[in-house]
Design a protein around this ligand. Structure first.
Ligand SMILES: [Zn+2]
Length: 175
């Protein structure tokens, strides 16, 4: 996806539009910097951010965007420093508001936990929004959940049970 992903967010929700697609990591340079680097090219197929956006309007004529993100990424494990797969699933409900930020702050909104506020924007950069949300959801210090790569490899190979004995067998005297 080389062209920017721009929508008129208020019109989008008023028309109950829907949009889904895939962002490549190459489209998200700020996110890319935070992830595992060396094998980025080799693993580029494994990196993708699938998104699903729906616009809705409720009976109070409030306009919402519902955004689901599934990001399959590769981060640096902070313990063994090798790549670790990371899947991040996110869901957001944005209430689109055409009042300015100051007015929004003055409003005391109930149930504010149920949605995030998003400024009405005729040229909203959807790719940047998705990138921001994924960056904010990244774990601060990702580590392999059970065992790091080296440990997994070692336990996967069955050690030769006689290897340990070798050092114990002393050559017979006189041979
Ligand atoms: Zn690790």
């Amino acid at each position: 996806m080389s062209q920017p992903l721009v929508i008129d967010n208020l019109a989008f929700s008023k028309k109950n539009e829907a949009l889904s697609g895939v962002l490549l990591l190459a489209d998200c340079p700020r996110l890319q910097e935070l992830l595992h680097q060396p094998s980025l090219k080799a693993e580029s197929n494994a990196h993708e951010i699938v998104f699903d956006l729906k616009g809705t309007t409720n009976s109070l004529n409030q306009h919402f965007l519902s955004l689901s993100i599934t990001a399959k990424l590769s981060a640096n494990c902070q313990r063994c420093l090798s790549a670790m797969p990371l899947t991040i699933k996110l869901h957001f409900n944005y209430l689109i508001s055409d009042v300015d930020d100051a007015a929004l702050e003055a409003l005391e909104l109930d149930n504010v936990d149920d949605f995030d506020l998003l400024q009405a924007n005729a040229n909203m950069d959807l790719a940047a929004l998705i990138e921001d949300e994924v960056i904010m959801a990244l774990p601060i210090a990702p580590t392999h959940e059970n065992a790091c790569v080296e440990l997994v490899t070692q336990s996967g190979e069955k050690p030769n049970p006689f290897a340990a004995l070798k050092g114990l067998i002393k050559p017979q005297a006189g041979e």
